[in-house]
Design a protein around this ligand. Structure first.
Ligand code: SD4
Length: 330
């Protein structure tokens, strides 16, 4: 029987060997996907909570909001969702029982802002936007980010775990073992990327990060180029999953760069997942990571290491979930 690991080895090697040939023959040799019909505006975001977030983003975009306003307001829905255990202050805590949040936002002209390891802020995405628009910096961390939020008049929330997070944390404390479980507990960051009717792009990404991470751990989501990247000349990408694997390949930046070189959003996501598997090969059986991308024309794609990743797509025709394909089959 072929083990899952040997399946990966085979598929990564074969994609490595086949890629130059495919490129030489040109993109015309690659089967057209539905995702390549290209429609604008288009907003896509990770996981099931993407539906509600997209809904809000769409409403903002169609009420004279910019695509930047749309991606900020959209993910704020998830940040405020009392049922989310992976985004916002209701999320799972770190090993010390403290919820720390990461977020980033980016415009297609290169302007960007992010916050990481921040506590007590209900809307880290708004704080990230303020970093972008009101400071000479790109990223603020921890207490500095919190102080900036206070200076900006943002409310400081009480530090209290959601009862479900508290219960899960108490259970975790019994063993204190850190074992990521694919698509469970440590996933569901919301990353959203969108293109407006004119081809202007923006993206946002916000998370409470991995459950039971070390105190001070920062994932890919607030790191421009890892969890999020946007370029008006090309397209935008965002990531979800085990941040360490994504950071190692500058995942979202790489997706955009591959689109710049002519790959469709789907092809670019697949190639970056293959690169990520190669760089994280030893532990990949336990690690999920996925990317979604949109290009300037409104074509989109998504791909993950393991099955189970899905994303919400909002276009003029509606707002629906799509299951991402993955490198592993089971
Ligand atoms: C992180 N990428 O902190 C985030 C976690 C995540 O879906 O995406 N969950 O590593």
């Amino acid at each position: 029987m072929t083990s899952r690991r040997s399946f990966i080895k085979h598929s990564v090697l074969s994609s490595t060997l086949l890629l130059p040939g495919a490129l030489q023959k040109g993109l015309g040799t690659i089967k057209k996907l539905d995702q390549q019909s290209g429609r604008r505006p288009l907003i896509i975001s990770t996981w099931n909570h993407g539906i509600a977030a997209n809904e809000k983003a769409w409403e903002v975009l169609h009420s004279n909001g910019s695509i930047l306003d749309a991606v900020e307001e959209g993910v704020k829905i998830t940040e405020a969702d009392p049922d989310s255990r992976s985004v916002g202050l209701n999320g799972h805590p770190d090993r010390e029982g403290i919820v720390t949040l990461d977020a980033s936002i980016m415009k297609g002209n290169g302007d960007c802002g992010s916050v990481c390891f921040v506590r007590q802020i209900k809307h880290p995405i708004t704080l990230a936007r303020k970093v972008m628009e009101k400071t000479p910096h790109v990223m603020l961390a921890g207490e500095g980010a919190r102080q900036f939020a206070i200076a900006e008049g943002m409310p400081i929330e009480q530090e209290e775990l959601h009862p479900d997070s508290e219960e899960a944390y108490q259970e975790w404390l019994e063993e204190k073992e850190y074992r990521p479980i694919i698509n469970i507990e440590n996933h569901d960051t919301i990353g959203m990327v969108g293109v407006d009717a004119d081809g202007t792009l923006a993206g946002s990404c916000t998370t409470s990060g991995l459950a039971y991470k070390m105190h001070g751990r920062v994932g890919d989501s607030p790191i421009i180029g890892a969890g999020l990247y946007v370029d008006d000349e090309v397209g935008a990408a965002t990531a979800t999953g085990m941040g360490e694997t994504i950071i190692k390949v500058c995942g979202s930046f790489l997706v955009v760069e591959l689109m710049r070189q002519g790959r469709s959003p789907q092809e670019a996501c697949e190639e970056v997942v293959d690169r990520l598997i190669k760089k994280n090969y030893e532990d990949i059986e336990d690690m999920q990571a996925g990317f979604i991308a949109v290009n300037k024309d409104g074509e989109y794609g998504g791909y993950a290491v393991h099955p189970g990743f899905n994303y919400a797509v909002h276009h003029e025709g509606g707002n629906e979930m799509e299951d991402a394909k993955s490198r592993f089959e089971v």
